[in-house]
Ligand binder design. Structure first.
Ligand SMILES: NC(=O)c1ccc[n+]([C@@H]2O[C@H](COP(=O)([O-])OP(=O)(O)OC[C@H]3O[C@@H](n4cnc5c(N)ncnc54)[C@H](OP(=O)(O)O)[C@@H]3O)[C@@H](O)[C@H]2O)c1
Length: 321
C-alpha cells in the first residue's frame, strides 16, 4: 500500500522539529484515519505539496510512515496535537460501516463523537480548525439534491453518530468545517475496504447468481478525486478564513449497486449474465433512497475534477484481480 515515501515523511518530521516553522506554519495538517480508504488519498495529496507540513495518524495499521494514536485515548491524542500544533485537523477516522454501528453503538460513539469532541477542544487550544468528514447518510434520502444548509434526519445509527459528530464540530467553533460525502471507493488491498469494491467478489464469480441492489440511488465517489477536492478546500481556506461551515462533494454519476456491478464486470470483460437486479430496498440497517449532495459551494472554489466511474473503479481494483 502506497501511503507516503519515507523521504517525504522525514521531511515532514524535520519541519515539525524546527521551532521556527512550528511558530510560522499555517499550512500544517494533521490527518486522522490516514490508513483508511479516504485518509490514504488525503495523505498522499497533502504530502505531494511541499507547502504543506503533513502528519498522518493511524491505529491498527500504523507503522512506517504513520504515527500510531488511539483517538479514544485522550492522553495520546492531546500529546500528539500539542506537539505537532496543526493549523488544520482533517478528521477522517470513523466507524463507517452501518451494520457494525447498529451492533456497536457505544464503541462507535467513542470514536465518531467523543474523539471528535476532544479533537475540537484541542484544535481550539492550538489555534487550528477541524475539517470533519461526514456523510450523506445524515439525510433521510427523500428530497434530493441536498444543499449544505439542509437539515439532517438520519435513518440509521451510523447516520445518527455522524450527525452528532457534525453537531459537536459546529458547536465547538464557527471556524470549523464539515464536509459531507457519499459512498466512496479507491485503490483497495482487500475488496471489503469499500462498499463499492466489495461487490466485485460476487461479480468475479460467474458460477452463481449475484443479486445486487437496484433500488437505492448512489453517487459513487473516487477517493483520489475527493482528496484533491479536500486539498482545494484547505488551500482556499488558508487564504480565506471565511470558508467555514458546511460543504458537500459528490460524484455525479447516479448508479445503483447493480449498475456498479455491471460496470465493473464490463471494464474487466467479465460475464454479466449472473448479475441479477434486486429491486427491493436494501436489508440490514435502514438506508436512505437518494441523498444526492449539491457540490456547488466546493465546485466554485475549483474542486471540479471527477474521474469517470469506469476508469476510477478499474484503477481501484488493480490489486485485487
Ligand atoms: N467509505 C465510505 O463509503 C464513506 C461514505 C461517506 C462518508 N464516509 C466518511 O469518510 C471518512 C473516511 O472513511 P473511510 O472509508 O476512509 O474509513 P475506513 O477506511 O474504514 O478507515 C477508518 C480509519 O479510522 C481509523 N481508526 C479506527 N479506529 C481508530 C481509533 N480508535 N484510533 C485512531 N484511528 C482509528 C482506522 O485506522 P486503522 O485502520 O489503522 O485502525 C482507519 O484509518 C469517515 O469519516 C466516514 O464516516 C465514508
Amino acid at each position: 500500500m502506497l501511503l507516503c515515501s519515507k523521504e517525504q515523511f522525514s521531511h515532514s518530521q524535520e519541519k515539525k522539529r524546527s521551532p521556527h516553522t512550528t511558530e510560522m506554519a499555517s499550512k500544517r495538517v494533521l490527518i486522522t484515519g490516514s490508513s483508511g480508504l479516504l485518509g490514504r488519498d488525503c495523505l498522499k495529496a497533502f504530502l505531494q505539496d511541499p507547502e504543506w507540513d503533513t502528519l498522518g495518524l493511524a491505529f491498527s495499521r500504523a507503522g512506517g510512515n504513520l504515527k500510531k494514536v488511539d483517538l479514544t485515548d485522550s492522553q495520546q491524542l492531546s500529546e500528539t496535537v500539542r506537539d505537532f500544533k496543526p493549523a488544520v485537523i482533517l478528521h477522517s477516522a470513523a466507524e463507517r460501516r452501518p451494520d457494525i454501528v447498529e451492533k456497536e453503538e457505544e464503541k462507535t460513539a467513542k470514536l465518531n463523537v467523543k474523539s471528535t469532541q476532544l479533537l475540537c477542544d484541542l484544535a481550539k487550544e492550538v489555534g487550528a480548525y477541524v475539517l470533519f468528514i461526514s456523510t450523506d447518510y445524515v439525510f433521510d434520502g427523500t428530497s434530493p439534491p441536498y444543499q449544505p444548509s439542509a437539515t439532517p434526519n438520519p435513518l440509521n445509527k451510523y447516520g445518527l453518530s455522524k450527525a452528532e459528530g457534525e453537531r459537536v464540530v459546529s458547536q465547538a467553533s464557527s471556524e470549523n468545517v464539515v464536509l459531507r460525502v457519499p459512498i466512496l471507493f479507491g485503490v483497495v488491498e482487500k475488496l471489503d475496504e469499500s462498499a463499492v469494491t466489495v461487490l466485485f467478489s460476487k461479480v468475479k464469480d460467474a458460477s452463481k447468481p449475484a443479486e445486487m441492489n437496484h433500488f437505492e440511488r448512489r453517487y459513487p465517489t473516487s477517493c483520489a478525486d475527493l482528496a484533491k477536492a479536500i486539498k482545494v478546500l484547505a488551500d482556499n481556506r488558508s487564504k480565506n478564513p471565511d470558508l467555514t461551515g458546511f460543504f458537500h462533494w459528490s460524484g455525479t454519476e447516479m448508479m445503483t449497486k447493480y449498475d456498479m456491478a455491471v460496470a465493473m464486470a464490463e471494464v474487466f470483460g467479465l460475464p454479466t449474465s449472473h448479475i441479477v437486479a434486486d429491486t427491493k430496498p436494501a436489508s440490514g440497517a435502514p438506508r436512505p433512497f437518494d441523498c444526492h449532495l449539491d457540490s456547488s459551494r466546493l465546485e466554485q472554489l475549483g474542486a471540479t475534477e471527477r474521474t469517470p466511474f469506469r476508469t476510477a473503479v478499474k484503477d481501484a481494483l488493480k490489486n485485487c484481480l
